[in-house]
Write a protein that binds this ligand. Structure first.
Ligand code: FES
Length: 96
């Protein structure tokens, strides 16, 4: 499962993270806090990821076990504006 955590901290919010979340919801056909029907993607909000000047930032994690066992050891990707996050998610979907 891919866990997509979009930062909603102040700096990312000013850099359109809300719009990126809307785009992710559309691409994945779920709302924040939900998992896709096929169990491949989960969309979440997160607090500051400490890359503020490069926002909006998104943490991409993978989990092979129960969500309660997920470690925060994913990769933070910067400048995840709506169109860039859309492209990233589509690429992940094609390769899942
Ligand atoms: S506010 Fe998003 S990384 Fe700090």
């Amino acid at each position: 499962m891919h866990i997509i955590k979009v930062c909603t901290g102040c700096s990312c919010d000013k850099n359109f993270s809300a719009e990126s979340i809307q785009k992710a919801e559309h691409v994945l056909d779920i709302k924040v806090g939900e998992t896709t029907k096929d169990g491949q993607f989960r969309l979440e909000k997160t607090g500051c990821l400490s890359h503020c000047e490069l926002g909006p930032n998104v943490l991409f994690c993978k989990a092979d076990g129960p969500l309660s066992a997920v470690m925060i050891d994913g990769e933070v990707k910067n400048n995840m504006l709506p169109h860039r996050l859309e492209a990233e998610l589509k690429s992940l979907k094609e390769n899942s």
